[in-house]
Ligand binder design. Structure first.
Ligand code: IMP
Length: 196
């Protein structure tokens, strides 16, 4: 990769996202630092885009190095597109992630509508007042029972269109080859190449 950035901060408090993004970075000639601290801003935005920007700007302001952040979630047709940007808050209303996943399956069955998509917005702040965002969407369905032990969050209940496995049944590399997050990250890499 031709790029002027030798270090990029991945500003996230979600260890699973950091692990996935780390794998996506493998092979790129770029060093990156990741942090896992309670310095995240409150996610007050109404959209993935707004929240992702809040996070990458905060990371840049704190550490003064180019910073990426991810805001993502699952959008379920039977929940009128929810929980979407509220995916983390939705999960927190239940005893466990599994309970949240079961609730989504229940509503999906009740409404006979299993369509869903995952969305990720990657925000990159590389100078003061220079922030750009990249979006990735993966369409799929909510399965009738959670399947798979890998991944995190809503992975066991989401099966992308065109494949027979849920995200949680895939290896990290398999998920990264098709995921909403990797679509957004690939757009980010194209942008990095164009900068030089
Ligand atoms: P946030 O973007 O850190 O606010 O978190 C969004 C919520 O969506 C969290 O509850 C995550 O567990 C969930 N989420 C985001 N991306 C994924 C994914 O790739 N798989 C499963 N769940 C995800």
């Amino acid at each position: 990769m031709k790029t002027t950035f030798k270090k990029i901060l991945v500003f996230s408090s979600n260890k699973n996202k950091i692990k996935e993004i780390k794998k996506i970075f493998i092979g790129k000639k770029i060093k990156f630092l990741s942090i896992d601290k309670s310095v995240m801003p409150e996610e007050t935005g109404k959209t993935f885009n707004q929240n992702a920007k809040l996070k990458s700007k905060r990371g840049f302001d704190l550490y003064k190095i180019p910073c990426i952040s991810d805001d993502s979630g699952i959008c379920v047709s039977a929940l009128k597109g929810g929980p979407g940007v509220f995916s983390k808050r939705f999960e927190k209303k239940f005893k466990s992630q599994n309970h949240a996943n079961q609730e989504i399956i229940k509503l999906t069955k009740k409404l006979h509508d299993n369509k869903a998509y995952f969305k990720s917005v990657i925000s990159f702040t590389y100078k003061k007042n220079k922030t750009i965002t990249f979006e990735g969407i993966r369409n799929g369905i909510i399965v009738s029972k959670p399947r798979g032990k890998r991944g995190f969050g809503y992975d066991p209940i989401f099966q992308p269109n065109g494949v027979k496995k849920t995200y949680a049944e895939m290896s990290k590399n398999e998920k990264n080859s098709i995921s909403h997050r990797s679509i957004a990250m690939n757009k980010f890499f194209i942008f990095l190449n164009q900068l030089t």
